[in-house]
Design a protein around this ligand. Structure first.
Ligand SMILES: CC(C)(COP(=O)(O)OP(=O)(O)OC[C@H]1O[C@@H](n2cnc3c(N)ncnc32)[C@H](O)[C@@H]1OP(=O)(O)O)[C@@H](O)C(=O)NCCC(=O)NCCS
Length: 179
């Protein structure tokens, strides 16, 4: 299980039903608790997920997982037409972390989100990790919702995502557990 991983050889592909058991185990192991795995399950089954992908080695082992869920603009103003998503959670097996799997997964999935026409991606996570992908806490200050602070960051994928702010948002209902 501790074998070196070549992150450039990973396939990043959508989750299929046959992945669900390994995804549950992977997310539970990454966070050392079941809360985030339950969140993924609930988001998936309430139709809130926009994109769910796994990173798979050439041997077929699932080594990473990422999920994006719908965030709904509230109120009035330009921001109400934005397509906004929340990146959460992202998971890599503990013994395989720090080999570039998380970065490969985040970069590839953000490209997919861009292709899907998403304007803005929000994340709540380590401020030392997400800025390398372009996430910015200053931009997130223009997004009003249940989260704030240095760990709340935003990345615009389109011009509108940068321009049509501020915006008030609400997250998918399963996130209420984390507010
Ligand atoms: C966060 C996570 C997905 C990163 O995946 P990874 O494959 O280990 O990451 P990479 O190898 O691409 O990147 C490693 C870099 O991320 C940094 N990093 C990883 N986890 C971090 C954390 N929690 N806080 C700050 N930095 C972190 C490492 O220090 C390393 O930095 P460096 O390149 O400057 O040395 C993985 O560590 C994980 O599953 N963690 C537990 C779950 C979690 O906290 N998820 C994020 C919140 S949703």
């Amino acid at each position: 299980m501790n074998a070196a991983i070549d992150a450039s050889a990973l396939e990043i592909r959508p989750v299929v039903p046959a992945d669900e058991a390994v995804v549950k185990a992977l997310v539970t192991a990454a966070f050392n608790q079941e809360t985030e795995a339950r969140l993924v399950h609930t988001l998936r089954h309430c139709g809130a997920l926009i994109l769910e992908q796994v990173a798979v080695t050439p041997e077929g082992k699932v080594v990473g997982h990422i999920a994006y869920s719908r965030v709904t603009p509230a109120g009035v103003g330009a921001g109400q037409d934005l397509s906004i998503a929340c990146l959460a959670p992202v998971s890599v097996w503990p013994e395989l972390q720090r080999q570039g799997i998380g970065s490969a997964l985040i970069r590839a999935s953000l490209e997919t989100m861009k292709d899907l026409g998403e304007d803005l991606v929000l994340v709540l996570g380590p401020p030392a990790y997400y800025p390398r992908f372009g996430f910015d806490a200053d931009l997130a200050r223009k997004v009003q919702g249940p989260y704030a602070g240095a760990a709340f960051m935003a990345l615009a994928l389109t011009e509108a995502g940068q321009r049509d702010l501020p915006v008030e948002v609400s997250f998918a209902t399963p996130f209420q557990e984390f507010e």
